[in-house]
Design a protein around this ligand. Sequence first.
Ligand code: SF4
Length: 228
Amino acid sequence: MNYYETIILCQPDTVKSCSACCGLMNFSDISRQALTRFLARGAKRSSAHLSASDITDQGDGRQIRDLTSYICPHQGLIFNKRPGCLLHPQYRMKSMRHESFFGEQICDGFLCPAHEILSTYHKKAIINLIDDWYCYTIAVIDPRTTVWLLDMITERFPIAYQREDVIKNILSESLEVHAKYLSSCTGPVFFYSVSEYNAGRAGFSLDIDSRDRDDERMEIRAIIERNL
Ligand code: SF4
């Protein structure tokens, strides 16, 4: 078994990471600006929440996407300004994760649907070709779209892979576009199991053959052609 068959997507390197299963994508406004603002206030919020209360709105009264799902107050910006757990031993020098709602064991053991859905090749591609935490998180939360995007480029525009800067630009711009469309969906955009994801992704995944997504697919193809 090689390295990529056992790869964990959460903190793959020092420049990007994901905290979607901490509830980050449960806010109604999942724009980069809103989520960066939320994460930047992590240290202050984490201390205040060590004793209490759930997050049920965006901080400005807007409700979260799924009221039955949890948003952990202890996520924030860790080293290199990437998302992570402010109670994790690598950040605090000692583990305080037992103070969180899910506790250390659940946080340690959970793997999101992307781990099952993405092949070794696709995992390797998003780790090597996406350098930014926000685009990376979008690739993780909707893995079928990620597969669709990577496979479509491989099949129709293989030349894109000949220059790393070109394929990196294409992926980041395409995932920014997908983030914009995900933002406009009203329901949950992150799911904790493959079965929930399969049931919930009908409204946004690009591999589903629906005319509703033609505009987005056209935007992405235009990005690819402009970058080549
Ligand atoms: S959503 Fe997936 S990749 Fe992101 S932190 Fe959770 S388990 Fe890791």
